[in-house]
Design a protein around this ligand. Structure first.
Ligand code: CAO
Length: 456
């Protein structure tokens, strides 16, 4: 029997992807779950497994094709014997007999703009519409001249509370006077633009979805040889979300240090048990568990800001993202409900997620729903860094390299293993004192894990 293997539902808001590699050819015998193609979407690169076992008679896609959900990837003869050759007509990858499910204008769009694989133009087009460019000029001139925006103190206060620059709001009142409604409308337009990826007031965008304001580049060839390569989707989305976070979130980074001498000894002692369960007891896994307790204890760190509605969204679940360095760039898979899992389970899950991220088996759903992120660069080195908050989360913990240091205690210097930690946070929601308390609590829990049982 000939079975058509189709692209299944990927995730909410993702309806298609680009085929980056075809992993089978007509004549191959495949098993269930064997990868057929590698697909790149706005959110991830992953392999699509076969749902049938048998002889591949036709491959309906080739690298570079866009494949919609429901589109046929391959035809498989489930009754053919191993070693049987494929029909002659199917020895070459065929043109799709059935068009992949088209993505119409009415189809729901991905949350982020699709990055065009086309190389960026030599001179990038203006990112913002003309009206907005004019607005930028008006704002810049007014600021240069020190002209105050025509708004009452209460409207200014509202703008401040919503994190809106009142100078950018277009007033609809007499003489361009700015009302509370104008401020709300402006805040909504920022949110709408940020979620649709469209060019919006104050939100940086670029034609290739890079999320950075496009400016004409100098002609680099005047200075030497250059090579242009298209941005991958992962790179384009990273650029977009980092630029959005950088432009939206007023960042502050709090630094602290934890003495992990005893913890490191315990980690080494219990590592074999976790290994037997299929994971690795790493500092990242321990921090994920400790931070989950801290997020429960300090709920403002487990929240998001809804600027348009002037509300804070506190989450009753504790999902923690872990930054993973892959050869395609940074991916942040999410460990869900960390507070409900023991350290062994968290260690196993992080090991699996990191492997899947690196082996292109991560699914878009694995990358969604984080409340807080941990970025551990300590395996590489460094004494500190200022991570960018992965908005709409409100805080991220950067981890640098633990090192032996002479620490003065009980009247003498002792060699201690010290772990540098850097907590970046969204100052719209979190004040410095709260950040200092959060990070101190994390340090104390690393130094005395009994705190987790007492207060976590
Ligand atoms: N200080 C000192 N040593 C550390 C350390 C730290 N903070 N963190 C890890 N190490 C050591 C580990 O002990 C391990 O050594 P051994 O092999 O001798 O035990 C080694 O570094 C490698 O660690 P690991 O990779 O196995 O485990 P991990 O928890 O450190 O890392 C992961 C897991 C997925 C977080 C990591 O591989 C990774 O991808 N890190 C990069 C994250 C990143 O790119 N962040 C930047 C985001 S912004 O661009």
């Amino acid at each position: 029997m000939i079975v058509e293997v189709k692209l299944p539902e990927i995730s909410e808001n993702v309806n298609e992807g680009d085929v980056t590699k075809v992993l089978v050819a007509p004549g191959d015998v495949v098993a269930v779950d064997q990868p057929l193609v590698e697909l790149e979407t706005e959110k991830a690169v992953f392999e699509v497994p076969s749902t049938a076992a048998g002889l591949v008679t036709e491959v309906m896609v080739k690298a570079g094709d866009t494949l919609g959900v429901g589109g046929v990837i391959a035809r498989i003869d489930t009754e053919a014997k191993q070693g049987a050759s494929a029909p002659a007509a199917a020895t070459q990858p065929a043109a799709p007999a059935e068009k992949p499910a088209p993505v119409s204008a009415e189809s729901p769009r991905p949350s982020a703009p699709a990055a065009s694989p086309a190389p960026a133009p030599a001179v990038a087009a203006p990112a913002a519409p003309i009206a907005e460019t004019i607005r930028d000029t008006v704002v810049a001139v007014a600021q240069e001249q020190g002209t105050p925006a025509p708004a009452s103190p209460s409207v200014r206060r509202l703008a401040r509370e919503l994190g809106v620059d009142v100078n950018r709001v277009r007033g609809t009142g007499p003489g361009g006077r700015i009302s509370a409604e104008d401020v709300h409308a402006y805040a909504k337009s920022i949110i709408a633009a940020a979620t649709s990826g469209a060019a919006a007031p104050g939100v940086a965008t670029a034609p290739a979805g890079a999320g950075v304001a496009a400016r004409a580049l100098p002609d680099f060839t005047r200075f030497g040889e250059i090579e242009r390569t298209p941005m991958s989707k992962v790179r384009a989305i990273t650029a977009q979300s980092m630029a959005w976070a950088w432009n939206t979130v007023p960042h502050v980074t709090q630094h602290d240090e934890a003495d992990i001498t005893q913890l490191e000894a315990a980690r080494k002692k219990f590592a074999p048990r976790v290994e037997a369960a299929g994971g690795k007891l790493t500092m990242t896994a321990i921090l994920t568990t400790v931070c989950a307790s801290a997020l429960r204890r300090f709920p403002d760190f487990n929240a998001s800001i809804d600027v348009a509605r002037g509300e804070i969204v506190h989450k009753k679940y504790v999902n923690v993202g872990v930054a993973v360095d892959t050869d395609r760039g940074l991916l942040v898979p999410v460990v869900r409900d960390v507070d409900q899992k023991n350290l062994t389970a968290v260690s196993v899950e992080i090991s699996q997620l990191a492997d899947r991220a690196r082996n292109k088996r991560i699914m878009p759903d694995d990358l969604e729903g984080g409340n807080f992120t941990i970025s551990n660069l300590g395996g590489i080195g460094g004494v500190g860094f200022t991570p960018i908050v992965y908005a709409p989360e409100v805080a991220i913990l950067g981890v640098s390299r633990a090192a032996m240091r002479p620490v003065y205690a009980n009247g003498a210097f002792e060699p201690r293993l010290v772990l540098p930690l850097s907590l970046s946070y969204d100052h719209r929601l979190i004040d410095g004192a709260a950040a200092a308390r959060f990070l101190r609590w994390v340090c104390e829990a690393l130094e005395d894990p009994i705190l987790l049982a007492l207060e976590g």
